[in-house]
Design a protein around this ligand. Structure first.
Ligand SMILES: [Zn+2]
Length: 355
């Protein structure tokens, strides 16, 4: 079974005595939220990273954070950032995928994060200045939340608080937010496909990255008639149609494979040739698949009481994704999961169950 390659790092029990209560061991821990598909990096190894290996056949482009992973990052960041003042921002290079906005550090400094929200795979921090910080994790971007003792006190009992003494700076720490409450949020991105920008909050939705996005799959605008209309006369395979961010935003390779399996629809079937009831059935299935993954991510955030301080991995099992050659999970199917390549990306499916 494929297991997400995730980072779990322990920095030892340096602060384990903080509570003075042996029953509650809140340990100093390092949590790298976000990149569930992450290579073990040299730096990570130094931090005793436990990694779960990803199927080596999958290429890098397939291991990108999708909506549930980004939502998990947002939830993990919210307690450390929402309602808090950015005391200082270190911007350690001029760009990531694109140049950072002018005077980014200056424009962030002293601002309160009013709200941390998500649109598709973007985390959006609305600031008291009237600007919104847009964060995209790209392919290898990771967020690290660390804090000091006073922050721990603030943090205890709240979801998403991963408290760890501030770690030594790493090579790819490109942006670091120092919050007034003592929290530090580090954006580390070895491949630099991530992005940050500052938008006017009032017109943020009209930004070129956001304006093109279709409805949120968990929102009210994603419904039967929307999907039926979007699929009408479409000659492309349903797999490609569901990956089209204009039709539904935030879905990626993994969750599309999973949704199609549950719907019993072959990834090869042309979108326009699927009956309306079957297209309609995809709506609740997509919602379920994503909600379950978000829940798994949320559990990983909540679980900060593990004895040795290792935590934070987001482990989620899939029915088809990454299971090439393994038995189909439909009772009495007896077939095995196949992998085909569509538009350069792997599709996993059961040819018996999905037609
Ligand atoms: Zn099957």
């Amino acid at each position: 079974m494929l297991k997400h390659n995730t980072l779990v790092a322990s920095r030892g029990a340096k602060t384990s005595g903080y509570l003075g209560n042996a029953g509650v061991r809140i340990l100093s821990c390092l949590h790298r939220v976000s990149r569930i598909f992450q290579k073990i990096s040299e730096n990570a190894l130094k931090l005793n990273v436990v990694s779960r290996t990803v199927d080596a056949r999958m290429n890098e482009s397939e291991r990108m954070p999708e909506l549930p992973e980004v939502e998990t990052v947002r939830r993990g960041l919210a307690p450390a950032m929402e309602g808090q003042v950015i005391e200082r921002a270190d911007v350690n290079r001029p760009d990531l995928r694109w140049p950072f906005p002018e005077r980014m550090a200056e424009r962030l400094c002293g601002q309160t994060v009013l709200r941390l929200r998500r649109r598709s795979k973007y985390v959006l921090a609305d600031l008291s200045s009237g600007e919104t910080l847009l964060i995209h994790l790209g392919m290898s971007g990771r967020m690290l939340v660390s804090g000091d003792t006073s922050f721990q006190e603030f943090a205890l009992g709240k979801i998403g608080q991963f408290v760890h003494d501030h770690p030594p700076a790493e090579k790819h720490d490109h942006v670091v937010f120092h919050m007034e409450n003592g929290a530090r949020i580090t954006f580390n991105d070895p491949r630099r496909f991530g992005a940050m920008d500052l938008l006017d909050t009032a017109t943020a939705d009209q930004n070129k990255l956001l304006a093109v996005l279709g409805p949120e799959p968990l929102g009210n605008d994603f419904h039967d008639s929307h999907l039926i209309k979007a699929f009408e006369n479409k000659n492309s395979p349903v797999k490609s149609a569901l990956l089209d961010q204009r039709i539904v935003s935030g879905l990626g390779n993994i969750y599309v494979c999973e949704a199609l399996f549950r719907a019993g629809i072959s990834p090869k079937r042309k979108a326009g040739k699927i009956s309306k009831p079957r297209v309609a059935s995809l709506v609740p299935i997509i919602r379920d698949v994503l909600s379950e993954a978000i829940e798994a991510g949320g559990s990983s955030l909540k679980d900060f009481k593990q004895a040795d301080g290792e935590l934070g991995y987001f482990q989620h099992s899939f029915d088809v994704y990454g299971r090439e050659g393994e038995p189909c999970r439909t009772p009495e199917c007896g077939d095995t999961i196949e992998r085909i390549v569509q538009s350069g990306r792997s599709s996993f499916y059961c040819k018996q169950c999905q037609t």
